[in-house]
Design a protein around this ligand. Structure first.
Ligand SMILES: [Zn+2]
Length: 265
């Protein structure tokens, strides 16, 4: 499914995607930033960030950027303007990574929606250019674009991940996996005995896995359990982890389940 937009109708559609459609992350790759382009997007960025959506912007690092503080004259002014724009974005909560040699213009939303084409998403002029942007809803194309353009290498996301390492990793020594299995079992209204019977896995083993104490659970054991729970395992790229974790923690049935567990224990 795809649709083509021009400089006249792109802005509104893209702002709507960021403000309302994005659930987890928006990654934007652009060569340039302009004050007008950023002003246009800031309300949508704010709306998304309020909903815990991460916004990662990648823009071109001008040649000589590292030495900008020792420059004078028009180059110094140019760098100062860019620095001011990146600070404006950061103060809104947007991540900014400057990198060499950017020419592509694209955006990926939730690894599901891909925008790409000729239009500079954060600096286009809606009245003065003839541009085209294609919006594609296709998981494979969106994920492939993240890989090709290395959009999962946001410097600020990486810093955050290193900062909260135990938390940011959904496996975290099996704790989260155990909780998910327990959650699923309880959602199905199964007791430990019933799951042991149905899966052929010993009750003691299930308890250790649910408690996150079994760091060496065999894959075949996990598959037996998941089968008995009508569930599957899937592999997530790092960038999707915070979203899934948030989903698991805020899903309404998870909250009532946690309350029930606390009340019973
Ligand atoms: Zn980021």
């Amino acid at each position: 499914m795809y649709a083509i937009y021009d400089q006249g109708d792109f802005g509104e559609e893209f702002q709507d995607d960021v403000s309302n459609e994005a659930q987890a992350f928006v990654m934007i790759l652009v060569p340039y930033l302009s004050p007008e382009g950023i002003d246009r997007m800031i309300p949508s960025f704010k709306a998304a960030i309020k909903r815990n959506v991460r916004i990662c912007v990648f823009a071109k690092k001008p040649i000589g950027w590292e030495n900008r503080h020792s420059l004078r004259g028009s180059d110094a002014e140019k760098f100062k303007r860019l620095e001011h724009l990146t600070n404006t974005l950061r103060s809104t909560g947007v991540h900014v990574t400057l990198r060499d040699y950017v020419h592509m213009k694209l955006a990926v939303i939730d690894g599901r929606i891909l925008w790409h084409g000729s239009l500079n998403i954060l600096s286009f002029n809606p009245n003065m250019s003839t541009e085209e942007m294609t919006r594609t809803e296709n998981v494979f194309e969106a994920i492939a674009a993240i890989g090709r353009q290395k959009l999962d290498r946001c410097q600020e996301c990486i810093a955050l991940k290193n900062h909260n390492l135990p938390d940011a990793n959904i496996i975290d020594g099996g704790k989260t996996l155990g909780r998910i299995i327990e959650h699923r079992r309880m959602t199905l209204g199964m007791t430990l005995e019933e799951l042991a019977d149905k899966s052929g896995v010993a009750k003691r083993t299930i308890m250790r896995i649910e408690d996150g104490d079994d760091h060496d659970a065999k894959l075949s054991t996990l598959f037996q359990l998941l089968n008995a729970l009508d569930s599957r395992m899937s592999v997530l790229p790092d960038f999707a982890v915070p979203f899934v974790k948030q989903f698991l923690e805020t899903a309404p049935d998870m909250q009532s389940l946690q309350r029930a567990i606390r009340a019973s224990g």
